[in-house]
Design a protein around this ligand. Structure first.
Ligand code: NAG
Ligand code: NAG
Ligand code: NAG
Ligand code: NAG
Ligand code: NAG
Length: 947
């Protein structure tokens, strides 16, 4: 028998049958020859996965037909961003019939029971109840910004259909798998981590017979990573990076040179899939390393883009190339997932599917390493064993799953003694004996039979051919869907107004932060001049959600407000050796990934897509003009002509807002005058900022939080000061204090929404959901305790709006009721919809029990800008500090400082009805209202010439 490892696990109930199938190899699905195969793609929605998806959609449907896409959420992307991107691609391709599954809010119980609504946000070993948890393997994945946005291409290119994520309505990955597999035989393509499929197989052993074959991109068997090698004549100081490694984990090769990202995402899940008995074809790094995106291929592709899907893929590749590390794109960017689907499609076309046109194949006996020897020594790294009497899933003590399991990419166990790491978790190792599985493995890409071609791999030509086929081609892109599409930037006219105090709003993009932002934009500019927004990814949302901020600003006619991108990790939580792209989730693991957590923040509870879409400076003419630097430098020296002055003033006074037709130098001037650098996130970058090369439009580069801060400080008049409101973890503010020595003298005062002051000792609890041992901290302090310490110990003038005050404004229905008027503003309509949705979810489902706290997040903005007399607010002076000793049960607690080092103004009392009133009447004011109400309105304007 196999190893006996899985005794008791349902998966093995059909062991015998499985073995027979494995040995029988490929014959089992030949039965369906002649019919069209039904197919499922399980993907982690990285850029390369999109190429695979589009290739599948373009393949001949009489050969196979994609039925469903399930999304793997514990790897490269966040669920909310990933699912909407898939919906949009399918919409472009006219395939709204394809089911899409993502997430689920359940987990795996202590006794190994897998809940039917299991989410898959965490690898199987870390699954508990719910969707919050550590990032043991996921921390190898770089900050999920470029993938979530597809480097900014996603929302500039893909049209947006009606399907979208919606709370409690989204089919889960497991539901979609069960439905699709129940309906009849399928083949499965896997291009991400294996969590979804493993859970499916473990819980539905009876349906396994319907899966005829699984094609996997992942692992490296005999591979030797060709990247990061030292040149032959290199000096002795050259450190070979991944050179010769089996795996490809460029963020973690020192601890684990064996694993490839997909299998490292959940090695135990991969083991279940490989050992399921279902015939498997593996396209590992062995093969993909032999098919890089070469310069020749890239150039051939550039000339060959006859469909929207080809354009989308090329654009993605191009910006990937332009931003690729060390400028090593042509030698280290391979066709991974896209090659696998090609090999699979070719194998299925052939009568004897041993053969395919694109890769040489070989049978190998392999397994997936899930833990490291010596086995059987109790080790807290291994949650299947730990100190349990009976291991989870009845796994065997002293068996292959019982060793040390890598706990993070800097796990000291993995570095023992040697320069290269010893951990093999996720390695597809060649083994013999009872624990091995016979798998068909692609070993290398086949050369082009047409030897005269510049494309030296057979698959290069096929890939371009398939993507450019007229058959099943995409219908339109975002701009061509609308006959009167026009890109517009909005800037308000403040001429003749005396502007109020300069304010910077720092947010972590929770739903409450967007409520606060709407309100801030409605405060008369004579009182409050919101100049910049800083966002962090260390709290409720992924940094890619920055696009929702841009869209809201666009709606409100405020494309002039700059938005700075902050860190994704709490202070000291990123791994400095690798850079700020990877780190630990020590604190942010308290935020759930699923319902009520990041999934909902990232999509603004499903409503973000109703906001009008901000432009990206993609305007052709503007781009061309921005590109020709001569124009801009030339213009600086030249005096403004009368005509140009008039054009500028027309734009500034709002007589026109479409600057597309203006002459070059005027546009350049405007972009600097208005601060219109970008209005949406893009991965554009420039050498000036450390990128390996300039992208096409380096001017569109997303500024970082610190850069926005610096340019704001530079731009304000002497003697002016800046007021800051923070509505999230204090990461950005701490980084400003740590790097700018003059910060305290320029900051007027800071309003901090957060901190829990435990007045009635041990009675009133904090709100760190998911860390039950921590009773008295408040999330904004907890999520970045070192940042809180830095800010608390600074000389800043701080007003604290603590949790107990916020709790007085949790009554969602009261605000909803007040947000009514005969003449509603667009922003009031949107806000009311959001609050109503929060309220319904709060009423209906336990996972949304905390969402009333987002209403409390309006309080900071109202205290900062509202009428204090009406509010009747009172403050008291307290001496405070914050607990930061690294103990999760106490970190983030605000405690009274007996040494009385520093004074804080703490909001004590206020009239909460007035607070609702101030907030709602602000939103209902007709002035400073939205200039474009919604995405729907935008679509109407772009559909007829009248507008
Ligand atoms: C596992 O635990 C859950 C709840 O704790 C219980 O309902 C279920 O019956 C248990 N299952 C088994 C197989 O022991
Ligand atoms: C959409 O397609 C058209 C026609 O191919 C192209 O000119 C345009 O640039 C595309 N839009 C975007 C945003 O790339
Ligand atoms: C794989 O294992 C089978 C027995 O399970 C054996 O017959 C075969 O020779 C092995 N193949 C390789 C390449 O080691
Ligand atoms: C790793 O270190 C051990 C001793 O700690 C040594 O025996 C072994 O040869 C080293 N391996 C490599 C690959 O350097
Ligand atoms: C109603 O709102 C619109 C748009 O905000 C505004 O133009 C109009 O003057 C308002 N009407 C009244 C009666 O306030």
């Amino acid at each position: 028998m196999l190893s006996g490892e899985m005794k008791g696990l349902l998966l093995w109930s059909s062991l015998l049958c499985a073995l027979i199938m494995a040995v029988g190899g490929t014959s089992s699905y030949n039965v369906h020859r002649g019919l069209s195969y039904r197919a499922i793609l399980d993907t982690d929605v990285d850029t390369d996965d999109l190429f695979a998806l589009l290739y599948l959609l373009k393949s001949n449907r009489s050969e196979f037909n994609l039925q469903a896409v399930t999304i793997n959420t514990n790897s490269w992307t966040n669920a909310g961003h990933a699912v909407n991107q898939i919906y949009d691609i399918l919409y472009m391709m006219g395939r709204d019939d394809i089911d899409v599954g993502v997430g689920g809010d359940g987990g795996i119980l202590e006794n190994g029971t897998i809940q039917p609504n299991v989410g898959g946000y965490l690898p199987i070993i870390d699954q508990g109840r719910g969707t919050a948890g550590p990032c043991r393997y996921r921390q190898a994945i770089p900050v999920r910004l470029d993938v979530d946005t597809n480097m900014g291409i996603r929302r500039s290119f893909l049209p947006q259909g009606n399907r979208r994520y919606s709370p409690l309505r989204q089919p889960t990955a497991q539901q979609v798998l069960i439905k699709t597999v129940s309906e009849g035989p399928v083949i499965v393509f896997m291009t991400g981590a294996h969590t979804n499929m493993a859970i499916f197989l473990m819980t539905n052993p009876d349906l396994k017979k319907n899966i005829n074959h699984i094609y996997i991109m992942g692992g490296g068997v005999r591979s030797k990573n060709p990247t990061g090698c030292c040149p032959k004549n290199a000096s002795s100081t050259c450190q070979p990076q991944q050179c010769g490694d089996h795996g490809n984990m460029f963020t973690a090769f020192r601890s684990n040179p064996y694993a490839e990202f997909n299998l490292f995402g959940d090695p135990f899940a991969a083991y279940q899939v490989f050992h399921s008995g279902i015939p498997i074809t593996l396209v590992p790094l062995d093969a993909t390393n032999t098919i890089p995106i070469t310069r020749e291929f890239f150039e051939a592709f550039e000339k060959n883009q006859r469909t929207y899907e080809a354009q989308y893929v090329f654009k993605s590749l191009k910006i990937d190339r332009d931003t690729w590390f060390d400028d090593q794109f042509y030698t280290s960017y391979f066709m991974w997932d896209s090659f696998m689907v090609g090999v699979a499609a070719s194998a299925m076309r052939n009568i004897r599917d041993e053969e395919n046109e694109f890769a040489e194949m070989e049978y190998m006996n392999i397994t997936v390493i899930t833990s490291n020897g010596p086995y059987g020594i109790p080790d807290s790294s291994n949650a299947f064993f730990g100190d349990r009497k009976i291991p989870k899933f009845n796994l065997k003590k002293n068996g292959v799953h019982s060793g040390h399991v890598q706990i993070g990419i800097q796990d000291p166990f993995c570095f023992r003694g040697n320069a290269t790491g010893i951990c093999k978790d996720g390695y597809t190792e060649e083994v013999t004996g009872p624990d091995s599985v016979r798998v068909r493995v692609a070993t290398r890409a086949k050369p082009n039979v047409d030897e005269s071609s510049t494309l030296d791999r057979e698959y290069y030509a096929n890939f371009l051919d398939v993507l450019n086929r007229p058959q099943y081609k995409g219908r339109f892109n975002f701009t061509t869907e609308f006959p009167y599409y026009k890109e517009v930037l909005y800037k308000p006219d403040f001429k003749g107004k005396k502007l109020g105090k300069i304010v910077v709003f720092d947010m972590d993009m929770s739903a409450g932060d967007f409520l606060a932002l709407f309100y801030l934009l409605k405060v008369p500019v004579e009182e409050l001049n919101l100049k910049a927004i800083l966002v962090t990814g260390s709290g409720w949302a992924n940094v890619a959600t920055i696009d929702v901020v841009y869209d809201l600003l666009h709606m409100m006619g405020r494309d002039d407000i700059t938005v700075g991108l902050g860190d994704s990790f709490a202070v000291n939580q990123s791994y400095s050796k690798v850079g700020p792209i990877v780190g630990d989730c020590k604190y942010s693991k308290a935020i759930p990934h699923g319902s009520g957590g990041r999934l909902d923040s990232d999509t603004l509870y499903g409503l973000a897509r109703d906001l009008p879409r901000s432009p990206r400076g993609e305007n052709k003419k503007l781009q061309k003009l921005l590109k020709s630097r001569e124009v801009s430098t030339h213009h600086k020296k030249k005096k403004k002509t009368k005509k140009k002055k008039k054009q500028i003033s027309e734009i500034l006074t709002g007589k026109t807002d479409n600057f597309g037709w203006y002459e070059g130098s005027v546009v350049i001037e405007l972009s600097s005058l208005l601060g219109l650098k970008i209005c949406r996130y893009t991965a554009q970058n420039s050498v000036k900022f450390g990128a390996p090369r300039d992208t096409d439009f380096p001017q569109l580069r997303q500024p970082l939080a610190l850069e926005v801060w610096r340019s704001l400080v530079k731009s304000i008049d002497d003697g002016s000061k800046i007021t800051i409101l923070t509505n999230g973890p204090l990461t950005n503010l701490a980084n400003i204090l740590l790097s700018e020595s003059n910060a305290s003298s320029i900051i007027q005062e800071v309003f901090i929404l957060g901190g829990h002051i435990n007045y009635k000792k041990n009675q009133e609890k904090g709100n760190v959901i998911n860390v039950p041992s921590n009773k008295y901290a408040e999330l904004n302090m907890f999520l970045d305790t070192l940042a809180a310490k830095t800010v608390f110990e600074s000389s800043l003038d701080i007003t604290l709006i603590p949790l107990h005050a916020q709790r007085k404004v949790y009554a969602l229905p009261k605000i909803i009721k007040m947000l009514q008027a005969k003449n509603m503003t667009h922003e009031a309509v949107f806000t009311r919809r959001l609050l109503t949705r929060l309220h319904h979810l709060h009423q209906r489902h336990h996972l949304y029990r905390h969402v009333d706290m987002f209403a409390g997040e309006i309080l900071g903005a109202v205290i900062l800008a509202g009428d204090q007399k009406l509010l009747n607010s009172t403050f008291e002076i307290k001496h405070l500090k914050v607990y930061t000793k690294g103990q999760l049960s106490r970190d983030g607690e605000v405690i009274f400082d007996k040494k009385k080092k520093k004074e804080f103004k703490v909001l004590q009392g206020f009239n909460h009805v007035s607070c609702y009133n101030i907030f709602s009447s602000g939103l209902l004011r007709q002035k400073q209202s939205a200039v474009i109400g919604s995405f729907g309105e935008q679509k109407r304007r772009w559909s007829s010439p009248a507008a």
